[in-house]
Design a binder for this molecule. Sequence first.
Ligand code: PMP
Ligand code: GLN
Length: 380
Amino acid sequence: MNPVFSSLPTTVFEVMSSLSRELGAINLGQGFPDEAGPADIRAKAAEATLHGYNQYPSMMGIPALREAVAGHYARHQGLDLDPVTEVIVTSGATEALAASLLGLIEPGDEVVLFAPLYDAYLPLVRLAGGIPRIVRLRPPAFRLAEADLADAFNARTRVVVLNNPLNPSATMLPEEDLALLARYCERFDVTAVCDEVWEHVVFDGARHVPLMALPGMRGRTVKIGSAGKIFSLTGWKVGFVMADARLMRVIAKAHQFLCFTTPPNLQEAVAYGLAKEDAYFTGMRAGYARSRDRLSEGLRAIGLDVLPSQATWFVNVDIARLGLGEDAAFCDRLIREHGVAAIPVSAFYPDAAVRSLVRLCFCKSDATLDAGLERIAAFV
Ligand code: PMP
Ligand code: GLN
C-alpha cells in the first residue's frame, strides 16, 4: 500500500459532514451553500444533458469553455491567456492541483507551502516525491514574512503552493506580500502553483490580484480556479488550470491519466456562466457579505472573539478565552452536545500549531444561521 495514503486520516470535511448527517446537526463545517445555485446555469446543464453532446469531450476541455475561461480572466483580471495552449478544464480544483503538482514536481524537489494549508496539498506533494517546506502563517493577519521565505527557499526549491484568498483564514494577501513572494520565485527560479478558487468571493470592495499578473510571474505561475466556488455549485467539480504552454504540456500529461476529461454538459453550462454580466458577481458577493455579517454579528453578540473575514464562505472565532479546550475538542462537543458542525483550524496546520480557531461556514439561509447561533450560545 502507498504510505502516503495508508497513513492518512479521512479529511476533516468528510468526517464532520458525515457526523453532522448522522446526528442531524446544523452543518456549518464543510463549505457548501444550502441553495441550489443559479437556476439559469443549471437549466443550461439540463439542456446540454438532454440535447447536447454527452460523449467524451476533448481531454483539454470543450473549446467553448476554454475560450470562456480566457475571456473571463481577461475581463475580470486583465490576463491574456491563449485558450488553446494555456487553459485546460479539470474535474474540480482538486484534480487541477493533483495534475499540476504531479506534473511539475520531480522526486527530491523542495516545495514551499504555507500553513494553514488546504488538506489536499501535502499528500499530493508527497505522492509526487516532493519534500515539503512549510511556512507557518499566524493569526490574525496571516501575512508572509520575509525572514520565513528566506529560511524556506533555497537552490533545491522548485515549486511553491499558494492559496489566495486563503481558506480557512478568510484573509487575502496584500499586493506587497505577493510582490515579496514573486521576488523569491524569480530569485530561485521557482514555479508557483496558485490556488485561487476563492478569487470571486471577496468582500468590502476588495479586488483579487492573481499572482500570475505580477511582474516576472506570467511564465512561472499555474493559476487554478473552480466553477464550484464561482457559481456556488460545489458538487459539479469543474475546475480550470491556466499556465503558459511550457508548463501546461506536462500538466496536461498528468491530467490525461487522472480524469482525462470532465462531463461536457457541465462544461457547457459553466462556459455560459463565465460570460455572465458583472451584476451576477456583485450580487453574489453582496449576498454572501450579508450572511457573513449576520453570522459575525451574531457570534460577537454571544461574546465570541470573531476574526475579520475578507473573503471565502468562512468566519473564524478564537476560542482561547472560553476555557472550553482546544479547537478539536471544542468542535467535538459543539457537534455532539449542541448539534452544530464546525471545522477546527488545527486540521490545516500539519503540526497543529494553531489550536484556538474554529471555522464556521456562513453560506446558509438566515434561518439556519440563526438556529446555529442559538445552539452555539447555549454552549459558550
Ligand atoms: N482549494 C481550496 C482552497 C478550496 O477551499 C477548495 C474547496 N473548497 C478546493 C481547492 C477544491 O475545489 P473543487 O471542489 O473545485 O475541487
Ligand atoms: N473546500 C471545502 C471547505 O473548505 C471542502 C471541500 C471538500 O470537502 N473536499 O470546506
